[in-house]
Design a protein around this ligand. Structure first.
Ligand code: GLY
Ligand code: MN
Length: 476
């Protein structure tokens, strides 16, 4: 094989069988009543000048229905005629000189089972013809400004209004398909989790007093790049774990502190992993750290015991919060009736976030489509209560869902001060004891789980060390 053919072969090698994409599109057409479904791919995004771009990431719905992880494409599904179309521009000699040979758009379309391919400009012709006939154009909520502008050009809807005009029918159809993972997707999530295992165990080996957080975070990002495409989100690695999404890595690790690492990778096909571990700098937990850690681990395990098809993740979240409240009551930080404390939201001082979210081609899967569609439905509605309002996934679990189980316990000084000053939940919170934990930091433990016919299983080959003994052993 000469190098040119090899290059093109590599271009193709990161996708599923064409039939997978054909079946997904057929299923999508079957879920939308009429009209045209427009799925836009992502373009390159410049960072500091046009040719210097951020690492490219394709739109996940485009990946799901049209497979190709390269910029400059769009796809259409014609619901009424049962036809699919692929749009893109063939490369010219200049492109070949700078980027090497590329497959033709016709070949790319064929690779995902589409027989009709056109230049990108022809998209405008097809959409304007459809609009002239009064046909409905369904599109998903755009989140990139260039695609908002393109939608304005195609449909006449002002760019700033395009999100509001996204098709609810299409959103719900896409969510129903992407929520239930196919075997080929689960295999990819398992691969992403295996990379996550390497990242987190590397962090455990590097977590020594005197090391800069940034060094470890950089090593983890490098591991993700070397095995897959990139980290699945901006790595959180900090000894200030009480800040939930702390992207500051400027501290030098100190003996006696905890290091919280929330990090994941994408597989080569862009499926994600997302794990969190919290470990003692220097390798040994203090007794106080063990007390809080054991409660969070019990919360995590309780979620695993409960998660199965038919149960709402909202009820799992609330049951886990009761384990947290009971544990904190046993330590003297909370008081009163645990069920009442959780119903009132008093525990949210310590866990102001939700138990988990859906995961797949996005680490927060389909968050661009709207959390009220992804994590909630007619039966399970989002809450406005502090803490519970941050639960991204509340609805009934189904076989094939991949979700995270990520309880935490945090001591956020500013929040403690505010609640104490406002005398919040004084029936349930022992502020005198809580005051003594203001220097504690935070603990979060996160694994990704697949809902199976009768329960759940971890994704990935091996579970990242999580018990106190496992962590202290690997850090020796
Ligand atoms: N791992 C980051 C998050 O779940 O928000
Ligand atoms: Mn997560």
């Amino acid at each position: 094989m000469n190098s040119e053919i090899l290059f093109i072969a590599n271009f193709y090698s990161i996708m599923f069988d064409p039939l997978i994409y054909q079946n997904r599109r057929k299923a999508l057409r079957g879920k939308v009543q009429e009209g045209i479904i427009l799925i836009l791919g992502n373009n390159e995004a410049p960072s500091n000048y046009p040719d210097n771009t951020y690492k490219y990431r394709q739109d996940s719905s485009f990946l799901y229905f049209f497979g190709h992880a390269h910029p400059g494409y769009a796809g259409i599904l014609d619901v009424d005629e049962g036809e699919d179309y692929f749009f893109g521009n063939d490369v010219d000699m200049d492109d070949i000189i700078w980027m090497g040979p590329q497959p033709s758009v016709k070949d790319l379309a064929a690779r995902v089972g589409v027989s009709k391919s056109y230049s990108f400009d022809y998209l405008k012709v097809i959409i304007s013809q459809a609009l002239a006939k009064g046909r409905k154009i369904h599109f998903l909520p755009p989140y990139r400004y260039d695609n908002m502008l393109l939608l304005e050009e195609l449909t006449g809807i002002r760019a700033c209004m395009t999100k509001q005009y996204a098709s609810k029918e299409l959103i719900q159809a896409v969510v129903s398909l992407r929520s239930v993972k196919e075997p080929c997707e689960i295999e990819e999530i398992d691969k992403a989790c295996n990379i996550g295992y390497k990242m987190h165990t590397a962090a455990m080996l590097l977590c020594k007093p005197g090391t800069k957080e940034q060094y470890i975070a950089g090593v983890l990002d490098g591991i993700a790049s070397s095995y897959g495409t990139m980290p699945s989100f901006a790595t959180i690695l900090t000894q200030n774990g009480q800040t939930l999404h702390n992207h500051d890595h400027s501290n030098i690790l100190e003996e006696g502190r905890l290091m919280l690492t929330d990090a994941g990778a994408e597989s080569i096909t862009n499926y994600c992993s997302d794990h969190t571990r919290t470990i003692p700098v220097g390798g040994k937990f203090t007794n106080r750290q063990k007390d809080i850690y054991s409660i969070v681990l019990a919360c995590h395990d309780h979620a695993l015991e409960l998660a199965r098809p038919g149960i709402t993740y909202r009820s799992v979240h609330l049951d886990v919060c009761k384990v947290l409240a009971q544990g904190l009551k046993d330590l003297g930080l909370m008081k009163g009736n645990v069920d009442e404390a959780v119903a009132a939201g008093a525990h949210a001082l310590f866990m102001p976030h939700g138990l988990g979210h859906m995961m797949g081609l996005d680490v927060h899967d389909m968050e661009d489509l709207g959390q009220c569609y992804v994590g909630y439905d007619e039966e399970t509605r989002p809450s406005t209560q502090f803490g519970l309002a941050s639960l991204r996934m509340g609805r009934k679990l189904q076989e094939g869902f991949v979700i995270t189980d990520e309880p935490g316990c945090y001591f956020i000084p500013a929040l403690i001060d505010k609640w104490k000053a406002e005398k919040m939940h004084t029936d349930f919170l022992n502020y005198d004891v809580i005051e003594k934990f203001k220097d504690f930091g935070g603990i979060r433990l996160e694994d990704d789980i697949l809902i199976t016919p009768d329960g759940s299983r971890f994704t990935g080959e091996k579970r990242i060390p999580i018990t106190i003994q496992e962590i202290e052993t690997i850090m020796e």
